[in-house]
Design a protein. Sequence first.
Length: 261
Amino acid sequence: MNAPQIRFDDGAAYERMMGVWSRHAGEIFLDWVAPAAGLRWVDVGCGNGAFTELLVKRCAPAAIDGVEPSEGQLDYARKRLDAEQARFHRGDAMALPFPDRAFDAAVMALVIFFVPEPARGVAEMVRVVRPGGVVSAYAWDILGGGFTQEHNQAEMRAIGLQPPRPPRADVSRLEALRALWTEAGLVDVTTREISVSRTFKDFEEFWTSNLSGNTGPMVAALPPADGAALKARVRARLPADAQGRVTASARANAVKGRVSG
């Protein structure tokens, strides 16, 4: 049986669950990509604008266009950033609504495992970036245990549940990303791991944050005793410090390359 697939259509719910994690990983990712100022960016799968906002704050872009299929996410993004900071478009990563060579840099931040045909998504980024421009991405290492919800999901699997995951979790592995970039004809392809952690004021904050995502309805549907047992199992994985705080970690894989020519 195939595992249910993760979907993100609610920008506010995504922010509660993933916004802080996205920024933590995004900061490290941008330090590594080290882009020049004044570039024209396309943020493919921009979601609720969390990473787009980082580009505005960190990279002094000349322009940013974000593309996202979910109207709920786009609504949040447009409230987050005004039209002078970024333009947001409803669109498909596999058929970007832009002409060839329109941008200096293309990025997928925590997105590529949602693209049904990842190679087509990478080919589209290559198409819309000028020769010498940068194409980059990072993704939680879902299959390698790097997802931000791995503490919850590991215990769900242990009791026979199948937590949702992105439809193409396989491409989040480092070797898969490297192969995608190389096969797309990109040059100077390099990869790295990004490890991040997040401290919550207590276990309840951690638990509530995680239930904002796609596992929430599945956990809520459990009989009360089973739900309490699952919560106890997850709590045991995250020992609190003297102040009651708990710290969780996650790991993403990143890739970058240049358009040849």
